[in-house]
Design a protein around this ligand. Structure first.
Ligand code: SF4
Length: 330
């Protein structure tokens, strides 16, 4: 018997897959990659390795525009930040179900635990997610299965119901104990891989949604730098480190302005995007100048060019005051 297990990198999903695998089912891991994964992989678990460690294969699936669509307008609303968890799960389970025939799988496995998350893991939401994804009866939540109606794999005795679990509520002690027992050491903290649960990222996303709408290119940019709203149609992004300087230049599109210091000055790269007016070039330069290492000086020359033109221009900038700066910061 074969099953597909949704793996997020978190503890619950890997536990639920391992529990079912240990009952004799052939399990294949499925990991959905969303446009809102952290850019910085430091501190994030390697899901392929996590799957290998419990002896299962992993399939990765990219969710792009479809995922963006639910972030734009989630039918079931957002969680505490801009995380549309119910719609997200419905989409992932639908996709997983579509893959079942080609993988020869008879059921799905997920690590949801009844009562663990107020919005997406209460009894009503779990039921609704199953119904809307069309996975009623074929989705086994092995960590809380004993608290849920019997599913097909239990009815058919592909897995023994009494070997499954009845975990419930927000405490994760039972999961930690089970992880210890099953030798699972590598896992992500709760929602650690999804930027939509991050309040700071949420501010940027709401700003983008309000002014220019969400598209894949603009969403990528949200992961980098300090963001400033100069007008409803113009936004400035200033890099925070070397890596972001490179990324901003890489993400620049035709018509974007790229700013950088001259060879004598240390400072970040910045990108200006939108319907740019002359006054916003000066304002941007004054903002960027604040992040230059100018020793005792208050002003500096800044170089800029318009992508893809190679010609460089120079503008004189004077550091904007902190008081002024906060008016623009997102
Ligand atoms: S935290 Fe992010 S990835 Fe996880 S269910 Fe919610 S929206 Fe989806």
């Amino acid at each position: 018997m074969k099953a597909l297990a949704l793996l997020s990198g978190g503890l619950d999903s890997i536990l639920s897959a391992k529990v079912v695998k240990d009952l004799g089912v052939e399990v294949i891991g499925l990991n959905f990659v969303i446009p809102f994964s952290h850019k910085n992989k430091n501190g994030l678990v390697d899901i392929a390795e996590q799957a290998r460690n419990i002896g299962i294969e992993l399939i990765k699936i990219n969710l792009g525009e479809e995922f963006l669509q639910i972030v734009r307008k989630p039918r079931h609303g957002y969680g505490a930040n801009v995380n549309p968890c119910i719609d997200c799960k419905i989409l992932m389970f639908k996709k997983a179900k579509e893959l079942m025939p080609e993988q020869g799988a008879s059921f799905l496995i997920s690590g949801e635990v009844l009562g663990q998350r107020p919005m997406s893991q209460n009894r009503k939401s779990l039921k609704l997610i199953e119904q809307e994804a069309g996975v009623e009866g074929i989705l086994l939540r092995s960590l809380c299965a004993k608290l849920m109606p019997e599913t097909l794999p239990e009815q058919k005795r592909w897995v023994e119901r009494n070997k499954l679990y009845a975990f419930n509520g927000r405490s994760r002690n039972a999961q930690f104990e089970l992880a210890e027992k099953l030798g699972i050491k590598e896992y992500q903290g709760p929602a650690g891989g999804c930027l939509l649960t991050d309040p700071e990222f949420g501010k940027r996303l709401r700003d983008l949604k309000k002014h220019s709408g969400l598209d894949m290119d603009s969403v990528k940019l949200l992961k980098y730098g300090r963001h400033f709203r100069l007008s409803s149609e113009v936004k400035l992004v200033v890099a925070r480190n070397e890596e972001e300087c490179v990324e901003l230049t890489r993400l620049a599109q035709a018509g974007d302005y790229i700013f950088y210091p001259d060879a004598e000055t240390a400072g970040p790269t910045a990108m200006l995007r939108g319907k740019i007016e002359l006054v916003q070039i000066q304002l941007s330069s004054d903002i960027i100048c604040r992040y230059f290492d100018l020793k005792n000086s208050n002003s500096s020359a800044i170089i800029y060019r318009i992508i893809p033109q190679p010609e460089e221009k120079i503008i004189q900038a004077t550091k904007i005051s902190e008081e002024e700066l906060v008016k623009y910061r997102i």
